[in-house]
Design a protein around this ligand. Structure first.
Ligand code: SF4
Length: 489
């Protein structure tokens, strides 16, 4: 299996009376599956009823069947796919999180789906425990849900507006009550969140009104026939309900810090972010890679699939032929049976099998999107040499990763990162390739047509946009054995 940075989570929400909201959510989550493969969930509600949630460990198509979608009937829904960034991969940590607080007269019921990572999760968790609030999970997302559900403000919009300034870190969040969907984004806009418009489905079942939805990526809108309208602005709270779409700027003026790695690797190539189609931006990364480090070569190959767009761009710029150097098995899931001792040395071949007929005797330019620890890349280089490659020149469409992410991406520790404390030449020697070039940070921003001042690139540069980020607790910070001593203290 590849050991690149792990995608974080994907969120979706819509308010659409007359539409099959759970089915639309299912397909939207299907499009967002690349953002998290550990668990999936949908919460739905009828305006006069209660919120019903179905969540389970597994892929979207393993978690839901026809019967589930029929049970999740309603007029509004939210959904989530998860890769764990705070809290382990347990059912309790799957989402949407549902909280019901208060007495019968003033009960607030919410479901919540969150993409990101709070850097003050332990502090907030302790404060809430001291106030007598209990938790059923170890994820930071339940902290946000509990803060909103227990807030005394009468309107949920006001509760969220009070809670948002207390949260530090990355939070692209979707919340539902029984009659509306609310979406809000941290003041830095670290993780993506966009608004789409769902047209009348033409079946005569819907009321002909334009309805709105929100999603981590625009590819979720494409699959359900919705149109991308705009991003949820950093610090903004939007409400989708009977009156359509309304907006409120809650925390204006934060230092913008959109994750530059979304363009390079995390998001699907057919998604649009900041007016860029990522497939096109990744092609430009390949072109710039070539301009920065040309080399005498015969053939360009990609490490599939994420290296494909940059490899095409590089081949175009170089005027070199491009071919498939590997066949990829697309059915290797994240949780697969380990190969065991006998097959371990062939482990990577479960996923990539090189094609000697294409490779043998060639001076190769091999394009990949990133290197974290380097174990997989080292095996790839060796496989290419074993298949008869004359030379292996690695070209990486990201700068060297040297620092961990505290905003929702699971990477290795600094010490495990192959580029930490090494030059590119030192990394090349470790990997056994003939040459190695990483795309410069300037090259990344040129390719994405973006400005450094409005993005986060901390995993490359070490310059964290939020103070105190490097002291943030890790993925398991809320697990019982770590939190109890803090609570007792
Ligand atoms: S540290 Fe890296 S992965 Fe994390 S938000 Fe910043 S650019 Fe993205």
């Amino acid at each position: 299996m590849r050991e690149g940075p792990r995608d974080e989570c994907g969120v979706f929400g819509l308010y659409a009376p007359g539409h099959e909201v759970s089915r639309l959510s299912y397909f939207a989550l299907y499009a967002l599956q690349h953002r998290g493969q550990e668990s999936a969930g949908i919460a739905a509600a009828d305006r006069n009823g209660h919120i019903i949630t179905r969540r389970e460990l597994g892929l979207v198509n393993q978690v839901f069947n026809e019967n589930d979608l029929r049970t999740l009937a309603g007029e509004l829904a939210i959904g989530h796919v998860r890769y764990s960034t705070t809290g382990s991969n347990a059912w309790e940590n799957s989402q949407p999180v549902q909280r019901s607080e208060g007495t019968n007269g003033s009960r607030r019921e919410v479901a919540l789906a969150h993409n990101g990572n709070l850097i003050n999760a332990v502090q907030l968790h302790n404060e809430m425990l001291e106030a007598g609030v209990t938790f059923s999970s170890t994820s930071d997302s339940e902290i946000i849900a509990a803060l909103i559900a227990t807030h005394p403000a009468e309107r949920v919009e006001d509760a969220i507006a009070e809670v948002m300034p207390r949260l530090r870190g990355a939070f692209s969040t979707v919340v539902m009550t029984k009659d509306r969907v609310l979406a809000f984004r941290d003041p830095h806009g670290l993780r993506p969140l966009s608004i789409g418009a769902l047209a009348d489905d033409g079946t005569g079942e819907s009321d002909g009104e334009t309805r709105y939805c929100v999603a981590s990526e625009s590819c979720a809108f494409d699959i359900i026939g919705a149109k991308l309208l705009r991003d949820v602005q950093p610090g903004e709270l939007v409400t989708l309900g009977e009156d359509g779409l309304s907006s409120r700027m809650v925390v204006p003026g934060g230092r913008r810090a959109f994750c530059v790695f979304e363009y390079i690797y995390f998001a699907r190539p057919d998604s649009r972010m900041n007016d860029q189609v990522l497939q096109v931006a990744r092609g430009r990364m390949g072109e710039i890679l070539w301009k920065e480090a040309p080399v005498e070569a015969d053939l360009v190959i990609a490490v599939p699939d994420s290296g494909n767009p940059a490899a095409r761009g590089l081949a175009r710029a170089a005027g070199l032929p491009q071919d498939d150097g590997f066949v990829k098995n697309r059915y290797v899931a994240r949780t697969f049976i380990q190969p065991g001792q006998e097959l371990r040395k062939h482990g990577l071949r479960l996923k990539f099998n090189p094609l000697p007929e294409v490779i043998a005797g060639k001076r190769l330019v091999v394009v990949d999107d990133s290197i974290v620890r380097g174990n997989t890349t080292r095996q790839i280089v060796q496989m290419l040499r074993d298949a008869g490659a004359a030379e292996v020149h690695l070209r990486i469409s990201a700068p060297p990763i040297k620092h961990p992410c505290h905003y929702g991406i699971d990477m290795s520790t600094r010490e495990e990162m192959i580029a930490h404390g090494r030059t590119a030449a030192g990394v090349a020697a470790e990997l056994g390739c003939d040459s190695l070039h990483y795309l410069s940070l300037e090259g990344v921003y040129e390719a994405v047509r973006g400005e450094r001042a409005t993005h986060c690139d901390a995993c490359f540069s070490g310059e964290y946009p939020l103070s105190g980020s490097d002291d943030a607790a890790g993925k398991y910070s809320l697990e019982e054995d770590q939190i109890l001593p803090l609570v007792k203290a």
